[in-house]
Design a protein around this ligand. Structure first.
Ligand code: 2P0
Length: 316
């Protein structure tokens, strides 16, 4: 058991969003969600259980962590220890290859990599469904990062029935996420708190749950049909619905800023010019433009023209 185990997991961007839990302790969502895992952005995590340790030790990008990220990690490792029947503490080394300023969530790749490395280091041999269930306990979106390509997190009803599965691991569609970075500041409202507030106070929450189920069926069909345009339209619509919950919460809040709206406008302008570009936004102000490789140049030029200071990350 004293052998260090390393695992890699990639981040993902939801095309059909997860925004609310019906069980906060077990992280059971109110809706199923569907994402695209990005090959370029990932986390590498090494875990070793060591009898010499008196507490878990976490280093992130070579910095020792003692804040609530360590508390969350220890709570997660307690689950692994319970499953493995051990009480040994662990040393965790995690390196993020995810541009943090871009608002690309590293919690998804982080907990997926931690689930894989820690379970194996503890002597467990979990299949991918069990790994997805375990990763979910760290962060909901991490359940999807166990798989490549398009993955669906089936909401389920309890710990056993809530896990992700692959829809298409080897993506056949030409699709990329172009992240426009105009604001590198930390989000003010964490997604955990934001989604809880939306579920508790937005009068449109039940409509979201119903509409999201409709969007999900259509999204799976679009993937099966290799239909990029429908995929993009659905993803943008679904993201705007999710953010509408925040606008209609009491009190209202939003992850958008002025740049978010400007980029949304630019995406609409591009479409009017016949360029297939669609927007999706998560718990931060930066917009991801869902596009195809032949449009990269024209989209980047349009962004640079309007926002010379914008950073652009292209990921598949
Ligand atoms: C998603 N997001 O589907 C949605 C869309 C952000 C916006 O999953 O509370 O870090 O740890 O389960 O997974 C971000 O939320 O939340 C997220 P927890 P998580 O990707």
């Amino acid at each position: 058991m004293n052998t260090p185990i390393t695992a890699r997991a990639h981040t993902n961007i939801a095309l059909i969003k997860y925004w609310g839990k019906k069980n906060a302790e077990l992280i059971i969502p109110t809706t199923s969600s569907l994402s695209l895992t990005l090959d370029q952005f990932y986390t590498d995590t090494t875990v070793v259980f060591d009898e010499q340790l008196t507490h878990d030790e976490l280093s992130l990008n070579d910095t020792l962590i003692t804040d609530n990220t360590l508390t969350k990690t220890t709570a997660f490792l307690d689950l692994v220890r319970q499953m493995a029947g051990i009480d040994t503490f662990a040393r965790i080394n995690s390196i993020n290859h995810v541009p943090t300023a871009a608002g690309l969530a590293s919690s998804a790749s982080g907990f997926a990599a931690l689930a894989a490395a820690s379970s194996k280091a503890a002597g467990l041999d979990l299949d991918r469904q069990a790994l997805s269930r375990l990763a979910r306990r760290g962060s909901g979106s991490a359940s999807r990062s166990i798989f490549g390509g398009f993955a669906e997190w089936v909401a389920g009803e309890d710990d056993f029935t809530s896990y992700a599965h692959p829809i298409q691991e080897n993506v056949t569609m030409d699709i990329q996420m172009l992240t426009v970075v105009l604001d590198g500041s930390q989000k003010k409202i964490g997604s955990r708190q934001g989604m809880q507030h939306a579920i508790a106070t937005s009068p449109f929450y039940n409509t979201w749950v119903a509409e999201s189920a409709v969007d999900l069926v259509a999204m799976k069909q679009a993937i099966a049909n290799n239909d990029f345009q429908t995929l993009g339209e659905l993803a943008e619509h679904n993201a705007l619905q999710m953010h509408s919950l925040n606008f209609t919460a009491k009190p209202a809040f939003t992850y958008f800023n002025g740049y978010t709206l400007s980029i949304l406008n630019l995406v609409q302008d591009l479409r009017r010019q016949g360029i297939q570009a669609y927007a999706t936004m998560d718990a931060g102000p930066n917009v991801k433009i869902i596009s195809q490789s032949d449009a990269t140049q024209v989209i980047c030029a349009a962004i640079k023209n309007n926002f010379p200071n914008a950073g652009i990350e292209v990921a598949k």
